[in-house]
Design a protein around this ligand. Structure first.
Ligand code: LMR
Length: 494
């Protein structure tokens, strides 16, 4: 029967099922996570029966309508049982998959979650459980998201859980879409951002390592995504390094769009588009290997100066221009690119084509430094895994640009060594390093000292040494406790 096909557990003995169970805790939402047993899996009905009818025998799974603390485990309509006839319609459904999403109350997620729940991402025969991670501040918003999912009556959406503890939310996750990150605020140095977000991703890496499916596929979206992905990966030694991706698909899509515009073709005519490197303004949109209508781009677009200068910069800074126009970071197009990134891994890559993803460099055939997360051209058989593309060509321009992005990522890596278990973090970042969304470099020494002062009040889990080069002054921050100074004091030295 359909139940046996779809369930991950208890399928043979349970005679009562709590149906689809979009589950959110109606309680305090502090750091709790509302999750419930999933004794079996039942199809959503066309007709919902407005009664709770559930019976279990004692040797079967124990389901509590109320948790020990008296809190409901299921929510509203999802506590009801459904028309059994609908079971027949779902016999061909695949086994339920668990998808964890961090930053679930944010704008990107708001676009993404409904695509996933509708079946647009994983397919019309793929039931999904959504596990939504938010911050303490966002629990009300998370509940709102869950309510909207509930009201959408998606047949494939079988469970929704929300919480603030990654160890609980990531339980059995087969996909982890890590979107939540602190945005860079005014006066905040990239080093600060790396440290603050790095701590989040170190924690989430540990949580994935402890709780997620051992073969979980992780797509890191929160910026700076390459280095966050590296940190996450280093903190999750039980998960294959190959499973970690930093999202550069949005950059690929942007590059395709610009080439299509210039060539006067629709963007589906642009293929083989690689973004090399970091999701930052050093990223390299590769027009040497890309193709338009199957032809090398340089044969179609003769204005090579445009390719080297305008096109490259347009792609690198597209996020920033968008922020200027829109007043906030890209959200819908980022969500679409996350969908594209997932589909690239679960659908075989078209013959002769490839896609870009920020992946671990160990063993790469291009001579790119090992042990960083770098965007490179990939192909997939559709099994969730990928291989790097071998038949790409390089010229001096491309190599020089790739080297610059590589140097930036190596500097970022040194900066977060305290978060990857590789010693003391030492930030000596190139001055012009920016996220695509940043429009101006932040070289202002006063901003630097302000941010250092602020950071000195932040808890430092491990010893960190941040060094910011400036033509005249070198600022060195050593956490006060390492110097025997009162908390909050810093040592500014040369
Ligand atoms: C983007 O590329 O649109 C974003 O990564 C920009 C940003 O900095 O938020």
């Amino acid at each position: 029967m359909a139940v046996a096909e779809l369930s991950t557990s208890f399928t043979e003995t349970a005679t009562c099922f709590r149906s689809s169970q979009l589950s959110i805790s109606s309680s305090s939402y502090s750091s709790r996570f509302s999750h419930h047993l999933r004794p079996s899996f039942r199809p959503l009905p066309r007709t919902r029966i407005p009664t709770i009818s559930c019976s279990l025998t004692s040797d079967q799974v124990q389901i509590q309508a109320e948790s020990p603390k008296g809190k409901k485990e299921c929510y509203g309509v999802f506590c009801l049982t459904y028309d059994l006839k609908a079971e027949e319609e779902t016999k061909s459904w695949k086994k339920l998959i668990n998808i964890a999403v961090s930053g679930a109350a944010g704008m990107i997620s708001n676009h993404l979650l409904f695509k996933i729940a509708s079946g647009e991402v994983f397919g019309p025969d793929q039931p999904v459980a959504l596990k939504l991670l938010g911050s303490e501040r966002s629990v009300q918003a998370l509940e709102g998201v869950a309510m909207e999912l509930e009201d959408s009556l998606f047949p494939l959406l079988r469970e929704v859980s929300i919480g603030t503890d990654p160890y609980e939310v990531f339980q059995d996750a087969e996909w982890a879409l890590l979107i939540g990150a602190k945005p860079r605020g005014p006066g905040m140095e990239r080093a600060d951002l790396l440290d603050i977000n790095g701590q989040i991703f170190a924690e989430q890496g540990k949580a994935l390592n402890a709780s997620a499916s051992p073969n979980v596929k992780v797509i890191v979206v929160g910026n700076p995504c390459n280095t966050n992905a590296l940190i996450c990966m280093k903190n999750a030694p039980n998960i294959p390094a190959k499973n970690f991706h930093a999202l550069t698909r949005l950059d690929e899509n942007r590059a395709k769009c610009q080439l299509a515009l210039k060539a006067g073709v629709f963007y589906d005519q642009v293929s083989n588009m690689t973004i090399w490197g970091n999701h930052s303004t050093t990223q390299v949109p590769d027009f040497l290997n890309a193709r338009i209508r199957g032809l090398p781009v340089k044969e179609v677009i003769k204005d090579h100066k445009w390719l080297e200068e305008e096109f490259t910069e347009k792609v690198q800074k597209r996020g920033g221009v968008l922020i200027q126009k829109w007043g906030r970071s890209s959200a819908a197009s980022t969500a679409v690119s996350i969908v594209d990134a997932i589909k690239s891994l679960i659908i075989p890559t078209a013959e002769g084509d490839w896609f870009s993803s920020g992946v671990y460099t160990n063993g790469n055939p291009y001579g790119i430094a090992e042990d960083i997360v770098f965007s490179m051209p990939c192909r997939s058989k559709g099994d969730g895994d990928y291989e790097l593309v071998k038949d790409v060509i390089f010229d001096d321009y491309l190599l020089k640009r790739i080297k610059k992005s590589e140097a930036e990522l190596l500097a970022e890596k040194r900066c977060v060594a305290h978060l990857t278990g590789e010693g003391i973090g030492f930030c000596d970042l190139p001055e012009d390093t920016m996220l695509p969304g940043e429009m101006s470099s932040r070289k202002d020494i006063f901003a630097t000292s302000r941010s250092l002062l602020r950071q000195s009040r932040e808890p430092q889990p491990l010893p960190v040494t941040l060094v910011h080069h400036h033509p005249v002054i070198l600022l060195r921050l050593v956490p006060s406790e390492h110097l025997g100074l009162p908390p909050g004091m810093i040592n500014l030295g040369r």
